[in-house]
Design a protein around this ligand. Sequence first.
Ligand code: XMP
Length: 512
Amino acid sequence: MHNKVLILDFGSQYTQLIARTIRSQNVYCEIHPYLMDAESINDFAASAIILSGSPFSITNKNAPHPNQAIWNLGIPILGICYGMQLISANWGGEVHAALKREYGFAELYVSDSKDVLFDGLKQTEQVWMSHGDALSKLPECFDILAKTDNSPHAAIKHKTQPIYALQFHPEVVHTPCGKKIIANFLFRIAGLKADWTPGSFISESIKLIRDKVGEKKVILGLSGGVDSTVAAMLLYKAIGNQLIPIFVDTGLMRYNEANRVKELFASYPDLNIRYVDAGTSFLSKLKDVSDPEQKRKIIGSEFINVFDKVAKEYSDAEFLAQGTLYPDVIESVSFAGPSATIKSHHNVGGLPDKMKLKLVEPLRELFKDEVREVGASLGLPDSLVQRHPFPGPGLAVRIIGAVDIHKVQLLQQVDDIFISELYSSDLYNKTWQAFAVLLPVHSVGVMGDERTYDQVCALRAVNSIDGMTADWTELPHSFLKRVSNRISNEVKGISRVVFDISSKPPSTIEWE
Ligand code: XMP
């Protein structure tokens, strides 16, 4: 497949934003560690390359450099920030460490507005700078396209080749014209077509799934959430009854979840879902376990046990499908390559050896909002497609401390009141994720004439794009008041309700 962009990652915190900006213009792209070798670069067959920023200084002798093969491909290259230093260094320019780091807004003065990269831009635009190094000598074969007060080389271009470099960051929202600049690079300079659409993704995926799976059966864990449901529909379209969807009721789901899933799939009777009620065994394995990582491990291995048991009933089951998304994949591979992985994701670590199934991950290249678009294109109802994310380990990581059935039921009631009030106030779709947390804290209250000593629950609501960073949602006071009143009146065992006002970072979205 041509018509795609290769982003080489040198470790910038903004690299994912480059990918999102490109994908949002319906062009396919992938992020790869800067160490990608010549053969893989050739095989990838990109139509254009973008070199990301980096926390490194190119003046450092350990500075990351791409494989030299990229300079000889003859395709357009755009270097951003550190990527600009790499381009300059390759063509004999000089870079120095600036005395002061330039960080924040700058005015960009476009000196060559005829160049297609800046087509449609005003003479002066606001851009976002974040760099220590700067170009001290322009390579001879380059021209200046734009300046800022502090950067005489804010944008440069090779005199004869489609090689561009920017000192500022077009991928961040603080550069309002950035999307336009990237669009000009993609469509006008690299000649890409905007053909990455949910429809093209669906037909391409169906082909790939059929090629990979052949006549074999595929087991899929269906949670009722957006990702696994979209994965199920895609697989069902591709391989029909070779798909064996399993809904595992862990006993740690939202209120009435199993029934809701049954209702949702009632209109797909030939999607033969197996319902496994495993609540008792999950809860007994979690008895007295308080450590969050321990809880995750126990739940992960219980899931594998259930899938393994079902797989044994089908001698021709050869695959396990998962709804892994692109941020999970990126988060698990460091820019320095797999050898320097910082964090491994529950979905990306592969399967235990004892399980003989191979993985199928049809959503592995998508961001969450793209999964929602694909879901809508597959005809799934809006109420499903817009559902908030829900973690695999479920309420176990929202009950702080040891988990038991009583606490699960308490939290389910609280969560259900919060979520249904969000729906009825038309706030659900304006919030990226909302939920309740049960705290291992008792506080004094008064109910009628009686003193109570019941548990405290926290409400959490966040706005985010992909869960990587998040702000707490400013829900109206009148709304919070109503939810708090309902919880205190209706849920026996809760005497106090608090609202979490932490952002990510430094907090995470979930409490555990
Ligand atoms: P955090 O808490 O890391 O959450 O800020 C980011 C997003 O990921 C979800 N999350 C999980 N999802 N298994 C999952 O499937 C997990 O172990 C897990 N932990 C967090 C979380 O709900 C939020 O949407």
